[in-house]
Write a protein that binds this ligand. Structure first.
Ligand SMILES: *Cc1c(COP(=O)(O)O)cnc(C)c1O
Length: 343
């Protein structure tokens, strides 16, 4: 079916605002704007709601009474799935891979999952390689689905990050929204910057930029370790979305621009430079970026400006994808306590 005929439900407050970061722009000699997808309005906001608008529409159409999804212990996507599902009267099952080897503290998203009443199933993946961890998680998912089916419920399964072809349409649509807003503001963006984790946001925005014929360059910033084939993987996912929804757009790996090493010491591992940037943005604009995703992406963007890869005077749109609950996890609060000198 064609993209434009695919229906969604309304979960997020859209369009999200685009604002100019006046003080940071002045300090860096560029016009930096921020797309506030942290303000999507349900369950503390974030990018996953745009994908869930499509995914949960399909779940309802299929007559499902529960949704199951996957992620890391502190997944924002899992919590937002539980929030959106609650609103729609669906039960949520979360299969969470935990490699820490300890019992995770009930903090951040895990605490919110509890409040939302999600059925949280932790899978201990300590010492396992990626494939073994995946296998263990899909086995846990299979068992959960059987249990719910035995109770007469039908379960809709959503992949990690909500990044199926259908879910990523949320960000194709967001590219259209950005185009309309830019026109209304009489602005032309030269660059769009977003985090890249599970493919959906970056791929959707890339496809959307072609579909809606905008001429900025999209730069994705990896927020986690990725395989050496990441560009090939993204291009083939993009081509899959394009052909599934008859968009007639094709993508080669070389068409994609990624910053591959911005996750610093590792996915969700706190670091000094990111917290300094979080501090500087908060103290100059009153806006928080989070320590796991958007903070690292913001650091990468400022580096590109500093090194001249993004020319001075450019119009840049930073996509704030949310992630606030990450602040309130033990490993991030411990880092802040141990690095008082930064603050
Ligand atoms: C999931 C997430 C991302 C990455 O989005 P993907 O679509 O998975 O690439 C970025 N920022 C935040 C806050 C997220 O929760």
């Amino acid at each position: 079916m064609e993209y434009k005929n695919i229906e969604k439900i309304d979960l997020a407050i859209l369009p999200t605002p685009i604002q100019r970061l006046k003080n940071i722009s002045k300090a860096y000699g560029a016009n930096i704007y921020i797309k506030r997808d942290d303000l999507t309005g349900l369950g503390m906001g974030g990018n996953k709601l745009r994908k869930l608008e499509y995914l949960l529409k399909e779940a309802l159409d299929l007559g499902c009474s529960a949704v199951l999804t996957h992620g890391a212990t502190q997944t924002n996507h899992g919590m937002l799935t539980a929030a959106a599902a609650s609103k729609l009267g669906l039960k949520t099952i979360l299969i969470l891979k935990d490699s820490s080897g300890k019992r995770p503290e009930l903090s951040g998203n895990l605490m919110l999952d509890e409040i939302l009443g999600a059925d949280v199933r932790l899978v201990n993946t300590q010492g396992l390689d990626k494939e073994e961890a995946e296998n263990l998680a899909s086995q846990a998912a299979k068992e959960a689905v059987l249990e719910y089916e035995a109770r007469g419920m039908k379960v809709y399964e959503i992949p990690t990050g909500g990044s199926s072809a259908l879910g990523s349409l949320g960000y194709v649509r967001a590219a259209g929204e950005i185009k309309d807003q830019a026109e209304a503001m009489d602005l032309k963006f030269d660059y769009l910057i977003c985090g890249q984790g599970s493919k959906g946001t970056f791929s959707g925005l890339w496809l959307g930029s072609k579909y809606y014929q905008t001429d900025y360059e999209l730069i994705g910033v990896n927020v986690m370790e990725t395989p050496a084939t990441i560009k090939e993987d993204l291009a083939s996912f993009i081509n899959e979305v394009s052909s599934s929804y008859e968009m007639n757009i094709s993508c080669r790996p070389d068409d994609l621009k990624l910053v591959e090493d911005a996750f610093k010491e590792g996915y969700a591992v706190p670091d000094r430079e990111t917290f300094q940037t979080i501090r500087d943005l908060a103290r100059s604009e009153g806006i928080f970026v989070d320590p796991t995703y958007t903070g690292k992406v913001f650091v990468a963007m400022l580096d590109l400006i500093r090194t001249g890869e993004i020319e001075k005077g450019s119009n840049i749109l930073f996509v704030h994808t949310g992630g606030y609950p990450g602040f309130f996890t033990d490993y991030h609060t411990d880092f802040v306590k141990a690095h008082k000198d930064i603050f």
